[in-house]
Design a binder for this molecule. Structure first.
Ligand code: CDP
Ligand code: CDP
Length: 226
């Protein structure tokens, strides 16, 4: 009883994946892996080093030389890129607007998926992203697909920005989120979609705690089953 399971949480941008995944992982004493942060970190490095992504061998070398660490912290998670804290930098607009095109590259995905599967190999993990249930952890005992309308998702991000004192434009946010969703859904390799056996939760009218509780209840059920 109480075998450590794997929980995959997928869904479009700002559906509440990372917020809820952190809570669920905390309550279960599991490791939380934010795979979006990994794609953001590599995007940040590519932009910073002005790497031409059409140069496949350069890109491969860059990937093999890049160290990305996700470290738990009191207020969530710290992202270390080659030992340097880039937690805030990877949320900047330039990265946000570029990440989906970098994440569509086969070379990049192969490497990231491999690393994510290594992190998840012992279970006791909550991983969020776009292709976790379909591709990274296809055998996860619990798969969740979070949804909310684009209006609500943009409003949530906007509120989050305002609270943090960041500049924020609701109309632009909505456009950015819709474009990223389109790119993530329409790409050829591991596009964003709900895994066949995933439980869909529309969070539009749910609080963070309501979503977390629903996932925790499902997790308890699955633990009994294994
Ligand atoms: O938090 P937010 O919804 O803004 O996005 P994120 O989870 O940080 O992911 C940023 C981008 O990384 C997504 O828009 C996808 O293009 C890409 N991504 C992906 O392709 N596969 C994943 N498993 C996670 C993220
Ligand atoms: O990780 P993802 O991009 O899917 O979304 P997030 O960053 O976890 O959540 C986006 C924002 O929505 C955060 O500010 C959350 O606090 C908020 N949220 C909410 O208001 N209600 C929910 N049921 C879930 C998230």
């Amino acid at each position: 009883k109480n075998k450590k399971i794997s929980i995959a949480i997928d869904g479009p941008a700002a559906a509440g994946k990372s917020t809820v995944a952190k809570i669920v992982a905390g309550k279960l004493g599991y490791v939380y892996v934010d795979t979006g942060a990994m794609y953001r970190a590599i995007t940040y490095k590519i932009l910073k080093m002005k790497i031409d992504i059409k140069e496949e061998s350069l890109l491969r070398q860059l990937l093999s030389e890049t160290n990305i660490e996700l470290k738990p912290a009191t207020n969530g998670q710290i992202i270390l890129l080659d030992g340097k804290d880039v937690t805030n930098e990877i949320r900047e607009a330039e990265v946000t607007n570029t990440v989906s095109s970098i994440a569509a590259l086969g070379i990049v995905r192969e490497e990231m998926v491999l690393r994510q599967q290594q992190m998840g190999q012992d279970g006791g993990i909550v991983m969020d992203g776009r292709d976790i249930g379909t591709h990274v952890l296809p055998h996860a005992e619990l798969k969740i697909f979070l949804l909310a309308s684009v209006e609500i998702r943009a409003q949530r991000r906007h509120l989050e920005n305002v609270q943090k004192g960041f500049p924020s434009d609701l109309v632009k946010l909505k456009e950015e989120i819709a474009l990223r969703d389109k790119q993530d859904t329409e790409r050829e390799i591991s596009p964003l979609r709900k895994a066949e056996n995933a439980v869909e939760i529309d969070t539009s009218n749910l609080s963070i705690d309501e979503v977390a509780d629903e996932i925790l209840a499902l997790a308890m059920e699955r633990m009994e089953e294994v």
